[in-house]
Design a protein around this ligand. Structure first.
Ligand SMILES: [Zn+2]
Length: 94
């Protein structure tokens, strides 16, 4: 499920972010403090504050999740980074 969040800049790449997709149960419409997501502009894992602003994750943010969810998050991050690299490489060839 995708949740609308206030438009804000990714703390890693400054890309504009205005939606988030749950990677766990998919039932929560509003991200909770410490929920994790992946920036689609840079592929970095980010965490939500209680006010849905984004920050770089703290080690403790990862403790709330099952290993399978963290593996899914890592795969999603790598997938985004691979697609960004493919797009960069394709634009260099033109
Ligand atoms: Zn980013």
């Amino acid at each position: 499920m995708r949740a609308k969040i206030p438009v804000q800049s990714c703390p890693c790449c400054s890309g504009k972010v205005n939606t988030a997709k749950a990677i766990t149960d998919g039932t929560n419409n509003t991200p909770l403090d410490g929920d994790l997501c992946v920036c689609l502009h840079c592929g970095e894992v980010l965490a939500f504050n209680a006010d849905t602003s984004l920050r770089k994750p703290k080690d403790s943010d990862y403790n709330r999740f099952e290993l399978i969810d963290l593996m899914r998050l890592s795969l999603h991050s790598l997938d985004v980074k691979a697609k960004l690299k493919q797009a960069r490489d394709a634009s260099r060839l033109q």
